[in-house]
Write a protein that binds this ligand. Sequence first.
Ligand code: E4P
Length: 217
Amino acid sequence: MKFFIDTANLDQIKEAQAMGILDGVTTNPSLMAKEGITGEQNILNHYKAICDIVDGDVSAEVIATDFEGMVKEGEMLAALHPQIVVKLPMIADGVKACKYFSEKGIKTNVTLVFSAGQALLAAKAGATYVSPFLGRLDDISTDGLNLISEIRLIYDNYGFDTQILSASIRHTMHIIDCAKIGSDVMTGPLSAIKGLLKHPLTDIGLATFLADHNKGN
Ligand code: E4P
């Protein structure tokens, strides 16, 4: 399973990259705003800065909601850097734009996916990635993991190449569960990724090994 980090924070991206496990980055307008990145040129420069840190795909979301606007914006984003993936919302014009970009060989990530039917449409339009938002479904007492399983089943039934990018990951167990289901990619916060490191028996075992070594030296 590929590991993407879901942030626009350059320090966190650098930390994840330094761990040697990072395959890409996802951003969205809210994450950019959280880092105080505003204004078209600053936003474009920030995407380029992210691409310079990570060796993998970087999702950059369009703001336009009409087909022509998405095409114009997506082409500008894709021209920024070969690692850029154009992130498009799951609306009718987003699906149309996804088909347009996939025919041009430009990578896409269809975002804000909350149902198997939406994921099926994204795959039919040739999306590189589909982003089901698992945590936001959990937030409204719906089984987010069940959606990932449904999409896996449908994509395998028909051999769709679209990669399932499990998004809105909130904690470490979400990552484990997505890996068990066979999600192709997960995107989550650094804290959820670092949670995978933790086990008390590792800490106790290491302390014992070091103490025993020091007794004989
Ligand atoms: C996906 O690409 C989104 O950026 C993200 O995963 C949304 O997560 P949230 O529900 O925690 O905002």
